[in-house]
Design a protein around this ligand. Structure first.
Ligand code: G16
Length: 512
């Protein structure tokens, strides 16, 4: 039944992702390799079945390591090779070879937890995964419908009980309790925000979370049709809003009202408002800048009081998609270091871990704030508050729900409006486009994806166009989640930026 995947599918930016019809064998084998990973580490690992921002007909699977981070990168090629084997017996041979190479003792136990988003193909693929786990003689628990970050949280809790209770209920309690302690308020002063749930699992879980947050914040949930999987991410959700830079369906323009959109598995969030009729986007760069400015104040306080033996070091991690204005603001106005990594939270997460407080966000709204609790415990001035923020903000991966409460807590504490936040710096006009090519694998990048090494002529074309565009910047990279090449451009004016992106897209479409 699970003999041969219909085509080669890579383990990309966020695991395997493709049209769901092509994924049964891959997901079945993910069960086999997840069990092997669990046996190798002697810990529980997670598997999330989701295609997040992709259209409803897609799906995917990714492996979660014991501490809730993404699968260790050095395992990706092993997993891809085993899952793409041409026959079942070849798959078994590759597994046997790996068990020997990794010196996994006979009889070593395995435990895998898994969950899925609301896609129609989810139950079928969960059965395929379960069949793989059964064959691998692994114990397992099906958490059913969960957001991706909830499964990361649960995986971590099982391996590290000090992190929290390994249930969705435990997750709600952890966030709501930290939020309530950070922002004590009366029902009259609680924040109000419209939340576009992308018709996905974010709706399921925010509806379940309501009893925990009723007195703390007023959430007006829209696009909650999760029982209609065909509506997932359609004209709504974080990716739609970020790419199109306008309101999603069912969100009414209301002057200065804070709104936000989750994506299909609730690991990304972008905020926005309408001011004097203009759409104002508060994307991942704006969230990173808000958080960086906020935590920078803690650093300044501790420097002033001189009470600290070791001041907390704070750093921000972005990707090439970060708007140039946000990078300038963080470096020049906040005086904080900024690192740039390749796309994919797995890359940002590891760099952020080197800081006492590591803030990482992709422009698309995927990110979190990591607190190094060993270093923070040295900080007697603010350790209590910082430890509460570490409870509030998911420490395992970017998480739309916990980021929502992070932003509300910061805005309330600073007593600023969403429009004040928007005006902290002005984005350079930017444009993100995608185009299909015959083979996106020929697009190879360097310098944290900011330049192409191949095809050379495309990079030459970009250089030539950028030279003639005031404040122009442009790069091209192959998506790791969709069968497209992405083109990002920014420039002094929206017209020149749109023209730059369009010319690069046209050149690629004509030649590749
Ligand atoms: C995933 C990754 C993100 C990445 C996005 C787009 O997001 O987790 O880190 O930014 O894909 O990646 P690419 O440009 O390679 O297609 P999600 O929300 O879809 O899981």
């Amino acid at each position: 039944m699970f003999d041969r995947p219909p085509k080669y599918i890579a383990y990309g930016t966020a695991g395997f992702r493709d049209n769901a019809a092509d994924l049964d064998t891959i997901v079945y084998r993910v069960g086999l390799v997840a069990a092997m990973r669990s046996r190798y580490l002697g810990k529980t690992v997670g598997v999330m079945i989701t295609a997040s921002h992709n259209p409803p007909e897609d799906n995917g699977a990714k492996i979660i390591d014991p501490l809730g981070d993404m699968l260790q990168e050095s395992w990706e090629s092993r997993v891809a090779e085993i899952c793409n084997a041409q026959t079942d017996s070849e798959c078994v041979d590759l597994l046997k070879k790996s068990y020997l190479e990794l010196k996994i003792p006979d009889g070593q136990v395995s435990n895998v937890v898994y969950g899925r988003d609301t896609r129609a193909s989810g139950p079928r693929l969960a059965e395929a995964l379960q069949a793989g786990l059964l064959r691998a003689e692994s114990s397992s628990t099906d958490f059913g419908l969960v957001t991706t970050p909830q499964l990361h949280y649960i995986t971590r809790c099982i391996n590290d009980p000090t992190f929290g209770e390994p249930t969705v209920d435990g997750y709600f309690k952890k966030i709501s309790s930290a939020f309530s302690k950070l922002t004590p308020r009366s029902p009259l002063t609680r924040s109000s925000v419209t939340v576009d749930c992308a018709n996905g699992v974010g709706a399921v879980k925010l509806l379940e979370m309501m009893p925990y947050i009723n007195d703390l914040a007023e959430l007006n949930l829209v696009n909650v049709q999760y029982t209609d999987p065909d509506s997932l991410n359609v004209e709504c959700g974080a990716d739609y809003v970020k790419t199109n830079q306008h309101l999603p369906k069912n969100v009414q323009p209301e002057h200065d009202k804070l709104c936000c959109s989750l994506d299909g598995d609730a690991d990304r969030i972008v905020f926005y408002l309408v001011h004097d009729g203009n759409f104002c986007l508060l994307d991942g760069d704006k969230i990173a800048s808000l958080a960086a400015g906020f935590f920078r104040r803690f650093q300044e306080d501790s420097e002033h009081t001189g009470e600290l033996e070791k001041p907390i070091d704070i750093g921000v991690v972005q990707t090439a998609y970060a708007n140039g204005s946000s990078t300038n603001y963080i470096k020049s106005d906040l005086h904080l270091p900024v690192d740039c990594t390749k796309t994919g939270v797995k890359h940002l997460h590891h760099v952020a871990q080197k800081y006492g407080i590591g803030i990482y966000f992709e422009a698309n709204g995927h990110g979190t704030v990591l607190f190094n609790q060993d270093r923070i415990s040295d900080n007697h001035v603010h350790s209590d508050v910082l430890n509460l923020y570490a409870e509030l903000v998911n420490q395992t991966v970017g998480d739309a729900i916990s980021d929502l409460f992070l932003v509300l807590a910061i805005l309330e504490t600073l007593n600023i409006t969403a429009y004040d936040w928007f005006m902290q710096y002005v984005d350079l006009p930017n444009k993100l486009m995608k185009t299909r090519v015959k083979d996106r694998n020929v697009f190879k990048t360097t310098d944290a994806e900011r330049r192409l090494v191949n095809p050379e002529d495309v990079q030459q074309k970009i250089d030539e166009l950028v030279r003639n565009t005031p404040q122009g910047r442009c790069f091209v990279r192959a998506s790791g989640t969709e069968d497209v090449v992405r083109v990002y451009a920014e420039a002094q004016t929206q017209e020149s930026c749109d023209a730059l992106a369009k010319e690069v897209c046209n050149y690629i479409a004509a030649n590749y």
